[in-house]
Structure formats: structure tokens, C-alpha cells
Design a protein around this ligand. Sequence first.
Ligand code: FAD
Length: 377
Amino acid sequence: MTKYIVIGAGWLGIRTVRAIESISKDSVITVLEVGSKDYIDINVATPRFMVEPDMIDTAYQPLSKAWGRAELINVKEIKGVESGRVVLIDSNGNEQVLEADGIIVATGAVQSSPLIKDVQGKSKDERKAEFTAFRDAVKNSKAGVLVIGGGTTGVELVAEIATDFGNVKCTLVNKPRLLMNGSSKRPAMHKIVMKQLCGLGVKVVTDDYIEDLKEDYVGEPKKFTTKKGVEIDADVVVVCVGGHPNVPFPADYAVDEKSKGLSVNEAMLCEKLGTDATKPVWAVGDCTMYGGRGMFADPQIKALSASIMHFEKMGTVEGGPMKYKHKPSELLPSLVSVGRRGGAITIPVPNKMLGKALKSKDLGLSYMYKKEFSVKV
Ligand SMILES: Cc1cc2nc3c(=O)[nH]c(=O)nc-3n(C[C@H](O)[C@H](O)[C@H](O)COP(=O)(O)OP(=O)(O)OC[C@H]3O[C@@H](n4cnc5c(N)ncnc54)[C@H](O)[C@@H]3O)c2cc1C
């Protein structure tokens, strides 16, 4: 009987638990989640939740539906991870040491806006209250809404707001010249998305930025001035400029210098955290040096599963398979919604219709939950 600890029950954490459950029928799996989070939250539909908070009643399904026998433990903090042990502060504030044969870190990323991405493990009710307060602020906005960042998240959010609140002035400011930075076929995607945003009445300012605007804001109307002198009035601001890997315990020696994510090899092994090959530590998803998108789940879980299978058989990860070959985001197809009536996708050719059909209705949630976790929503 092998004991595993999975830290983080987001997209990749859940996929990890499901993989272990199918590889090792008698393994014991403990899942550590921060705060009081006990529901599936893969972020994909967050921009829609921000204008339609009731949707989380359908979307935030209990984690227990996504796996069979794993046990979920909510914790306050992870203090340290090394071969064979996790040091944590439990929900009562006491330090505890949990031992395991294998540990998998899947703690995701921290986004610039805490509304877009919660890393504190808020409860379903707390998240709903946050989204409702945001929606009400948008609804009552006098000066307008300003979204900073024209990547997928910023585009999706501003389009949701402009679709549902046509009388609220919306502005999107993007530092690069083209929207959808990081998408494949970017010039074509920029064109398709720009046309739809303009059709929704969004004022799009590209190749420009607002210095020192790093945090969300809701309050009295303010005037913001871009570097090139464009003046924008807003009383609601959301900063969607990406983020960084979430490694919530001291691990400087184990992170990749450039990305600041956990360094992993082609077996998703983080050998600097797990120095003993008979007590391995793996890392998957956004907390690794690869970051990126849930789309990376399939190849990462495949590589992780191959390594775990070897470990189950041999009692060590030494000499195990090295299967992961990273493909950067720009080389994978891109899909974005532009409110509930629009979208864009890069395959078979950059176009609106298929993007809209695949994503705009429920932001792809029912498809992804079914495919990734066998959960019906
Ligand atoms: C708004 C938005 C839309 C997106 N849309 C898409 C899309 O359409 N397609 C796509 O492929 N990707 C999309 N992504 C990216 C995708 O959501 C991520 O790549 C994916 O969720 C990464 O999975 P993960 O498990 O690494 O991290 P997460 O899903 O973020 O999970 C991390 C988990 O770790 C937990 N955690 C954090 N800190 C601790 C701690 N100290 N202790 C224990 N647990 C902790 C968190 O609570 C969370 O549950 C989107 C992201 C955002 C923000």
C-alpha cells in the first residue's frame, strides 16, 4: 500500500488524484487544499461568474464527485515539502507533519487579480459574495469599467461585462500592440477579437499602459492617464496581466530562475525537493516552470502517470520513463470567448463561428468537466 499526498486540488491536482486512483488500487491518497475550498474550481469560467454569480451553484461541484476514495484535508498553510514529508499548519493553527511515499505539488498560479484567481481557498459562499459585489459595482458604475491586459482573461472579462451591461462604458488597455498575447496565430486572433470587442462598444487602447496600476479597484470615480496621454475615467478596475507560479512554501533552491516555477524533469519530478528517489516529489501544472494552460494537463498527467507506474513497480523513480515534451502555448490551438455571443479559435483556420460554438455558451465548462473529471454540470 503506497501513501500519496497531493497538494492543491485544482485542475491538475484532481487529474493527479484520478490518475493515482486508477494506477494503484490500494493506495492511500490525501489531498491538501488551502482554506475551506472543497469544490471544483478550474478558473475557466470565472469571467462569466463575475457577471453571473449564480452560475457557481452549478459549476462549483464538490471535489468528492471528481474522485473515488481520496481524503480531502483543508489546511491553513504548507510550511515545507521534502522527500517523504509535508509540514503544514492545520485548520486549527497547529503545526503537523504528514508522511507519504510520494508527494505531488499542484498549487497553481497567483494571478494579478484575486477576483480572477483565488489562492486563499475561499468557500463557495465567500466567492459568490465576492462575485455578487463585483457584479453590483459594475451594474451601478457611473464612470465606467477599466480592464488592464488584453490576454485571454482580460478579453473574456471585458466582453462579458460589455455583453451584460451595455450601458456601462468599458475600456480595455493592452500594453502589446496586439491583443491575445501568447495565443497562436496572434495577428489573426487579434483582428477577430478586436472586431467583436468594438462591436460590443468596448474602447480598446493597445500599445499603451498605465504606470503603477497593479491592483483591482472599486470605489469613487478616478481618472487614469496612459503613458501616451489617453485619459480614462473608471470606478471599477480589474488588472488581468497574468501572474506567477504559486509555490507557497520556501523552495528557492527548487525553482527555475526565469519562470519562478518549480523545476521539473521530463517525468514531472522535482528532484530538488524530492532528493530521495524512493520518496519522490513530483510537481504538475501552473506551479511548475511550464505554467500556462489547463491544456497542458494531458501530456503532463501522462508523464506523471508513467513515472508513478514505475515507482509502484520498482519502489524508486530511478531509471523511470521520461515522457514530457513541453510545447509552449503559442504552438497549441487557441480558443477564447467574447461574451456569450462571440468567440474566436485558431483551428481549422482562425474564425469566430467555431470559437463561439465551443466556448461562449458556458465557457466550455460542461465539456471540460466531463472530459477532465467525469463530472456532469
Ligand atoms: C480566468 C481564467 C480562464 C482560464 N481559461 C482557460 C481555458 O479556457 N483553457 C485552458 O486550458 N486553461 C485556462 N486557464 C488556465 C487554467 O485554469 C490553469 O492552467 C489550470 O487551472 C492550472 O491547473 P493547476 O492545477 O496547476 O492550478 P489550479 O487549477 O489553479 O489549482 C491550484 C490549486 O491549488 C490550491 N492551492 C493554492 N495554494 C495552496 C496551498 N498553500 N496549499 C494547498 N493548496 C493550495 C488552490 O486553491 C487550487 O485549488 C484559465 C485561467 C484563468 C485564471
